[in-house]
Design a binder for this molecule. Structure first.
Ligand SMILES: C[S@@+](CC[C@H](N)C(=O)[O-])C[C@H]1O[C@@H](n2cnc3c(N)ncnc32)[C@H](O)[C@@H]1O
Length: 444
């Protein structure tokens, strides 16, 4: 027999759409009983999980959610031994995940926040770090290397958590830890209480019941703002909403590869989308070209991650390399790519001497206009165009080779339990091919 839903107080009813599972009703009761203020919003079941919709017309600049500090779950506001980033050399993501995992072992084991977290199976199918090598090998080089990087971080964080917490009697299994780590990765929000002024920005993270129901949209100027102050966290609109319309916040201006690896989803119409082409640009450069590009900060580092700090969490993905990659979007290749290829066509024996190299450096320093450089070195620009064409063709061939192998995997019985991850990987390639097609149409 289906379980009967507990009767709702009329106050709670206002904030819950039909069909939302009971665990969310409990969370709602919990936050309202603890002085959360919700206005004109409702928890709703959407095609991609839970989200927040407008329960009546909402105006621009309205505060629609306030969650007091007492409800926040972070290493400043909860009691968890050996986890304060100020008192101990702790890793914040690692300890927060240990705390969440350990709650499963509490005698009452009935925390309303823990019970609304997505299942481990949903993280395993949506987040590339849990995908099989076979699927990752058929993703873009950037997605694959970022997912592998995250696997390494999860491994280090687990080892740290065992050392810091399990040896002091805190209990959790590896599987529980992995699940909690993914929950922290996809649900934390930037939070820097005064006492944390020395804590690095990427470690300033909090979990926040209810606010973590808001889904992401790239439209930073339209999505709601999330702000924190000494008393708690607030969500404020930046545009008006109609009844039933989904209300979004923005996790950052991320392309779909970032969203896929950090959060396990992509946006069908992501205006911040682009595709990393380092894998195809870097082989066009000699080690001397690369050295110069590094000196002038025009080198793509995406495959070394040497300076990258990637503690995710909503708003928190700080990637030092984020702006130093070679990128293609539906309109153009980025200026960095053009500069790398402009240098690539200057032969090794002409580097660091001669007028052409000096003019290239003037362009870098902003002492020469791009149009003037292009006119002066029209022959070189033609070569740059040819190399670029070759790169785009190779990217297309790469994508066209990966798609059928993923499709073949879908047909294999043994891959049945990987169906969702394979379909996500195929969908991402579809978006990339579409992006390249549009790029070609605009640049023909
Ligand atoms: C902070 S939670 C948002 C609440 C979540 N939808 C839930 O069901 O609890 C972040 C997760 O929501 C999902 N998500 C957020 N924005 C999305 C979007 N625009 N499209 C699809 N999934 C989204 C992703 O799974 C992401 O990891």
């Amino acid at each position: 027999m289906p379980k009967r839903r507990r009767p709702l107080s009329s106050h709670c009813q206002d904030f819950l759409a039909d069909g939302v599972p009971e665990v969310h009703q409990r969370l709602l009761e919990h936050v309202l009983a603890n002085n959360a203020k919700l206005s004109k919003v409702r928890i709703a079941k959407l095609p991609y999980g839970i989200g927040i919709v407008a329960s009546e017309q909402v105006k621009k600049n309205e505060e629609i959610t306030f969650i007091p500090k007492s409800l926040l779950i972070n290493l400043h506001d909860i009691q968890f031994p050996n986890s304060s980033p100020i008192d101990h050399p702790t890793k914040v993501h690692s300890s927060l995940a240990a705390y969440i995992a350990s709650q499963l072992h509490e005698s009452d084991n009935d925390d309303p926040f823990i019970s609304i977290l997505p299942s481990f199976s949903s993280f395993k199918s949506s987040m590339p770090l849990f995908w099989s090598d076979e699927v990752l090998n058929n993703c873009s080089p950037w997605v694959r290397s970022f997912a592998i990087k995250q696997q390494g971080k999860l491994k280090d964080d687990y080892a740290h958590a065992v050392k810091m917490h399990c040896e002091r009697g805190v209990e959790f299994s590896k599987e529980e830890y992995d699940w909690a780590w993914a929950a922290v990765n996809t649900r934390t929000i930037y939070y820097r209480p005064k006492k944390w002024y020395k804590v690095p920005a990427e470690d300033c993270m909090t979990l926040c019941p209810f606010i973590d129901y808001y889904n992401h949209d790239t439209k930073g100027d339209e999505s709601c703002t999330v702000s924190f102050s000494a008393d708690g966290l607030r969500v404020t609109t930046q545009k008006a909403y109609d009844i039933g319309e989904e209300i979004f916040v923005t996790y950052g201006e991320y392309n779909n590869d970032h969203l896929l690896v950090e959060y396990g989803f992509t946006l069908p119409n992501n205006r911040a989308d682009n595709f990393n082409i380092d894998h195809w640009v870097l082989p066009k450069l000699s080690s001397r070209h690369e050295k110069i590009l590094k000196e002038i900060s025009f080198h793509g580092y995406a495959f070394t991650f040497s300076q990258t700090v990637m503690y995710s969490g909503s708003d928190l993905m700080v990637s030092v390399d984020g702006d130093s990659e070679y990128l293609l979007d539906e309109n153009e290749v980025c200026y960095r790519t053009m500069m790398a290829l402009r240098l690539a066509v200057i032969s090794e024996n002409m580097l660091e001497k001669g007028k052409r190299y000096k003019d290239f450096m003037k362009l870098v320093e902003g002492e020469m206009e791009e149009d003037d450089y292009v006119k002066l070195y029209a022959g070189d620009e033609k070569k740059v165009g040819e190399i670029l064409e070759d790169i785009i063709k190779t990217v297309e061939e790469f994508a066209e080779e990966k798609m059928p192998s993923l499709r073949r995997m879908l047909e294999e019985k043994e891959s049945f339990d990987q169906k969702d991850s394979i379909e996500s990987a195929i969908e991402r390639w579809r978006q990339c091919i579409d992006m390249i097609t549009k790029y070609r149409a605009k640049n023909e």
